[in-house]
Design a protein around this ligand. Structure first.
Ligand code: G
Ligand code: G
Ligand code: MN
Ligand code: NA
Length: 253
C-alpha cells in the first residue's frame, strides 16, 4: 500500500485521531478552549507526524477530506466532551490554505454545525499567515464566507509571514497566535521582550485576542503576562492529549 492510498484509507477508516491541546486564560489559568491536532497511527509504519503527512496530503489532494474529518470530529467533540461544555469554551481546527480555495467549504460547514447542534461561535478555524499571502484574493473571500457562517478565525504562526499591517487589517480574524519562536526563551532576551510587547499591542489595537503558543516555562509565562498576552498554550499547561483523556486540566495558579 503506498502512503497515498494508506492516507486515503486512514481518513475513510478512522485511523486518524484528534488530539486536543488546552488554551487557558493567561491570568486566571481558566480553560477557554483547545486546539485540535491530527494524529495518524499507521497500522505498520507506526505513528506518523502531521508535520510529515499534512504537506503530503496537500500535494496529493487528500487535504480536503482530512480537513473535513477534523471539522466533523471537532463538532462532535464540542457537542459531547464534558470538558468543553463551560460557557464560551471553543475548539480550534487548523485549516490548510488549500482549503481556502474550496468555495463549497462554508456551506458544508454550516450544514455540519447545524446537524451537530453546535453554535458556530464555538468553532474556530486557524489559518497561517504565510499560507494566506501565497495565493492572492481567493482565500480572503472564502475566509469572509466562513466568518459569515459564525465561526471565529485565528491567524496562526503570527510573525513568521510577511503580511503588511494593511493586509492584517483586512483579514476578518478575531485572534492572533504568536508563533512560538517569539515565545521561546523570551525571559532571557530583552530584544525579544520588546518585540513581543509590540506584537501584543498591535493585536490589541486591532481589537484581537492575543495568544502565545509554545509556552514551556514559568519564566516565559511571567513575561507574557507582563506583556498583556490574553491566552496561553504550550507544554507548560499541557501537551496535546487524546480526546478521551481531555479533562481541561490547568496547572496555572
Ligand atoms: O502537533 P504537531 O506536531 O502536532 O503539528 C505539526 C504541524 O502540523 C503544525 O504546523 C500543525 O499546525 C499542523 N497540523 C496539525 N494538525 C493539523 C490539522 O488537522 N490540519 C492541518 N492543516 N495542519 C495540522
Ligand atoms: O503550527 P501550529 O501552531 O498549529 O503547531 C502546533 C505544533 O506545536 C504542534 O506540533 C504541537 O504539538 C506543538 N506544540 C504545542 N505546544 C508546544 C510547546 O510548548 N513546545 C513545542 N516545542 N511545541 C509545542
Ligand atoms: Mn495551529
Ligand atoms: Na502555530
Amino acid at each position: 500500500l503506498s502512503l497515498l492510498s494508506a492516507l486515503r484509507v486512514a481518513v475513510e477508516q478512522d485511523h486518524l485521531r484528534q488530539f486536543l491541546q488546552p488554551k487557558v486564560d493567561a491570568v486566571s489559568g481558566a480553560l477557554v478552549g483547545a486546539e485540535a491536532l491530527v494524529r495518524w497511527q499507521h497500522p505498520t509504519r507506526g505513528f506518523i507526524s502531521p508535520g510529515e503527512f499534512i504537506p503530503f496530503a496537500e500535494q496529493t489532494g487528500r487535504i480536503r477530506d482530512l480537513t473535513r474529518w477534523m471539522l466533523r470530529r471537532a463538532i462532535r467533540n464540542l457537542a459531547h466532551l464534558p470538558a468543553l461544555q463551560a460557557p464560551g469554551c471553543y475548539l480550534a481546527v487548523n485549516i490548510s490554505t488549500l482549503d481556502l480555495l474550496d468555495t463549497d467549504l462554508p456551506a458544508w460547514l454550516a450544514t455540519q454545525l447545524e446537524a451537530g447542534g453546535v453554535d458556530p461561535s464555538r468553532l474556530q478555524l486557524e489559518v497561517t499567515e504565510s499560507g494566506l499571502l501565497a495565493s492572492g484574493n481567493g482565500p480572503v473571500k472564502v475566509l469572509t464566507a466562513l466568518r459569515a457562517v459564525g465561526v471565529t478565525l485565528a491567524l496562526d504562526d503570527f510573525g513568521t509571514g510577511q503580511s503588511s499591517l494593511a493586509y492584517l487589517q483586512r483579514l476578518p480574524v478575531q485572534e492572533l497566535k504568536i508563533d512560538r519562536s517569539f515565545v521561546s526563551n523570551v525571559d532571557h532576551d530583552t530584544r525579544r521582550q520588546n518585540l513581543l510587547n509590540a506584537i501584543v499591542d498591535l493585536g490589541h489595537s486591532l481589537g484581537l485576542t492575543v495568544t502565545a503558543e509554545g509556552v514551556e516555562t514559568v519564566g516565559e509565562l511571567q513575561v507574557l503576562r507582563r506583556c498583556g498576552v490574553d491566552l496561553i498554550q504550550g507544554y507548560l499547561i499541557s501537551e496535546p492529549i487524546n480526546e478521551d483523556d481531555f479533562a481541561g486540566q490547568s496547572v496555572l495558579a
